[in-house]
Design a protein around this ligand. Structure first.
Ligand code: SAM
Length: 339
């Protein structure tokens, strides 16, 4: 299996990820900075999301990284993927098999997530996420628990179906929604988790000894606080349609992690203001000569408007568009110009 396949299996499933374009982005960067020089660079991902890009850079020789995302689900993913600690498969089997597993105090997840997860699925989540184990083991088990729960989604794009009944026989007979895969997963946690543990541990081995500074904050504050010196490669990919759709998409996974049902909220910033302020902060504080990867044109701003903002700070070295249309979305790599 290639490094890319290994890391794609371990990444956090996320609607809105640019994971499909990451190999092309890294190839384009390798034509600007040869891979033999990558051990010297600092890779900064201000909006890590699925974490595929920083993990693939680490697996390709980059040793210094800053990995940030505002969302706890991505911070947990990064904490595991850059934690250099494999998950103990025997521990997972023991937690699954135990009549009364030793768990930290928590509210049973089924009490608040029952509209989307059947009780057996919630029970497995609790055995892993709230396991009373040494702290060093906790991150891996918690990321495994999150991946177990996210696997019950219809798809990354469509998210979770509402459970109008918890009777497996009735779910199986339903015609409008196919619950087959869902019910099979809930019935066989052992083999599903064993496969996931294998995939997540393979990623730990592929990523190797890279050192990552992890952040879970608004990129505009992270950018201000970073003291970077070149060579730097920075990924700046905040939501192009505002934050609210992420809040909705993340409601279940963040509620599982918070161990209570989290109310939805709406940002007071328009998608345009939200994007512009983050991109501005992300680029403004980069040192001159840094390379930055940006994405846009698929949201509240047209490609030409995004290009105008990105060009305030540097010169494009590579541009890739996702279509022929002059306003088709795309991505680009720039070099930061001196002020
Ligand atoms: C378009 S996604 C892309 C993620 C990533 N590049 C990928 O391909 O998986 C945007 C990410 O930005 C994160 N995000 C949203 N607002 C943020 C902020 N103010 N600071 C940092 N990250 C933010 C979201 O949680 C989401 O993971």
């Amino acid at each position: 299996m290639t490094r890319l396949e290994i890391l794609r299996r371990a990444m956090l499933p996320l609607d809105g990820t640019i994971a499909d374009w990451v190999p092309g982005i890294m190839d384009a960067y390798a034509r600007i900075v040869p891979m033999r020089d990558w051990p010297k660079i600092t890779m900064v991902d201000f909006t890590a999301g699925s974490c595929l890009m920083p993990t693939l850079f680490a697996a390709s020789g980059v040793r210094r990284l800053v990995v940030n995302d505002f969302a706890p689900r991505s911070h947990l993913a990064a904490s595991f993927l850059f934690g250099r600690r494999r998950i103990d498969a025997a521990r997972v089997s023991a937690l699954l098999a135990a009549k009364r597993p030793k768990l930290r105090a928590h509210v049973p997840t089924f009490h608040f997530a029952c509209d989307y997860l059947v009780e057996p699925a919630c029970d497995v989540f609790d055995r892993l996420y709230h396991a009373d184990v040494p702290a060093a083991e906790r991150t891996g088990l918690q990321y495994l628990a999150v991946r177990w729960a996210l696997g019950f989604a219809k798809s990354v794009e469509d998210g979770f179906e509402i459970l109008y009944t918890h009777d497996p026989a009735r779910l199986a007979r339903m015609r409008d929604v196919d619950w087959t895969a869902y019910l099979a997963r809930a019935r066989r946690p052992g083999p599903v988790l064993a496969q996931l543990v294998k995939e997540l541990n393979a990623a730990i081995d592929a990523i190797g000894p890279a050192k990552a500074r992890l952040r879970c904050a608004d990129m505009k504050d992270v950018a201000k606080g970073l003291k970077l010196s070149t060579p730097v490669f920075a990924a700046v990919n905040p939501p192009t349609r505002g934050l609210d759709e992420y809040t909705i998409d993340d409601q279940l996974v963040h509620s599982l992690m918070a161990n209570r049902w989290l109310p939805l909220s709406q940002t007071s910033e328009t998608p345009l203001a939200f994007w512009t302020r983050r991109v501005d902060a992300g680029l403004r504080h980069l040192p001159s000569g840094a390379h930055y990867m940006v994405w846009g044109g698929d949201g509240s701003m047209r490609w030409s408007e995004c290009l105008r903002v990105w060009s305030l700070y540097g010169t494009p070295l590579h541009v890739s568009r996702l279509g022929e249309n002059p306003e088709s979305p795309g991505w680009a790599i720039f070099r930061k110009q001196p002020k």
